[in-house]
Design a protein around this ligand. Structure first.
Ligand SMILES: NC(=O)c1ccc[n+]([C@@H]2O[C@H](COP(=O)([O-])OP(=O)(O)OC[C@H]3O[C@@H](n4cnc5c(N)ncnc54)[C@H](OP(=O)(O)O)[C@@H]3O)[C@@H](O)[C@H]2O)c1
Length: 254
């Protein structure tokens, strides 16, 4: 990997994706920032930056994007949606949307870049999952399942791609209240809280608003993605953010 390398990042209209694009641009890389609705005003102008439309749940959109992108050296599967609600209140259509985006979107994007990576015997794929897969939290059953599936997918895929010198890695961010994640998650949550869970839900939401506990910053995730892409010795799972690192550390202790 060199400063002439190209990274394609999904879900760049806000949060971790937007920060990751800024980070790679500052490091001198060529960057393809993809968004469902591309916006020119979010990023600094650069002849090393291209914006392309991409919806990771739409096969035609993926095909057009990969064709327009041309050869790339790294793919960051960052696009994702959250869903914080008791399972009893979750419409199956919304659970399906979470898996379509977080899990199948990641799988489809990976399939789309693999032929060129395998032929060149080079390339890195970084999948952004979550520290909730390290320690379970309530009201996140569907979301956690969608991300745990990506962990398992990635760790198996890494074994079959190693003979082709293609690397696959995971970045596991902790909770980051400053991105648009919460607002986007609320759209899928709708009125999905049955009365029996109302008090419990209020307690969980109050705990999530606690600003005294450590959180993850967008820069933490951008740096972890950078490390995963550029360092062949980077571990398979890279927690990102103070809370995620503390969690991973506590689990590593005997
Ligand atoms: N924030 C957290 O607490 C947290 C913690 C751990 C992991 N994560 C994970 O980190 C990743 C980034 O989250 P974030 O916190 O940066 O949230 P965010 O600000 O909501 O960003 C998510 C991005 O994904 C995009 N997206 C959603 N559905 C898409 C689709 N079908 N096709 C393409 N793009 C799509 C959104 O674009 P639109 O603007 O078009 O909706 C947005 O740009 C996600 O995978 C999330 O699960 C977040």
């Amino acid at each position: 990997m060199s400063t002439n390398s190209t990274v394609l990042v999904t879900g760049c209209s806000s949060g971790f994706g937007l920060e990751t694009v800024r980070f790679f641009l500052e490091k001198g890389w060529r960057v393809i920032a993809t968004m469902r609705t591309p916006r020119e005003d979010l990023l600094p102008r650069s002849d090393r930056l291209r914006l392309l439309p991409l919806d990771v749940t739409d096969a035609d959109s993926i095909r057009h994007c990969i064709e327009a992108a041309g050869p790339i050296d790294a793919l960051v599967n960052n696009a994702g949606v959250g869903l914080l609600a008791p399972l009893e209140g979750i419409a199956l259509a919304n659970a399906r949307e979470v898996f379509e985006t977080n899990t199948l979107g990641t799988i489809a994007m990976t399939q789309a870049v693999l032929p060129q990576f395998r032929e060149r015997r080079a390339g890195v794929i970084v999948n952004v999952t979550s520290s909730v897969t390290l320690k379970s939290l309530p009201l996140l059953s569907v979301y956690t399942a969608s991300k745990a599936a990506v962990n398992a997918f990635t760790e198996s895929l890494a074994l079959e791609l190693a003979p082709f010198d293609v690397r696959v890695r995971l970045v596991l961010p902790g909770r980051s209240p400053t991105t648009s994640f919460g607002d986007n998650a609320r759209r899928l949550m709708g009125d999905s809280v049955p009365e029996a869970y109302a008090n419990f839900k209020d307690r969980v939401f109050a705990a999530l608003r606690d600003v005294a506990t450590p959180v993850t910053h967008t820069q933490d995730v951008a740096k972890a993605v950078w490390h995963a892409v550029t360092d062949p010795a980077a571990p398979m799972r890279m927690p990102a953010g103070a809370d995620a690192l503390a969690l991973a550390h506590s689990q590593a202790l005997p």
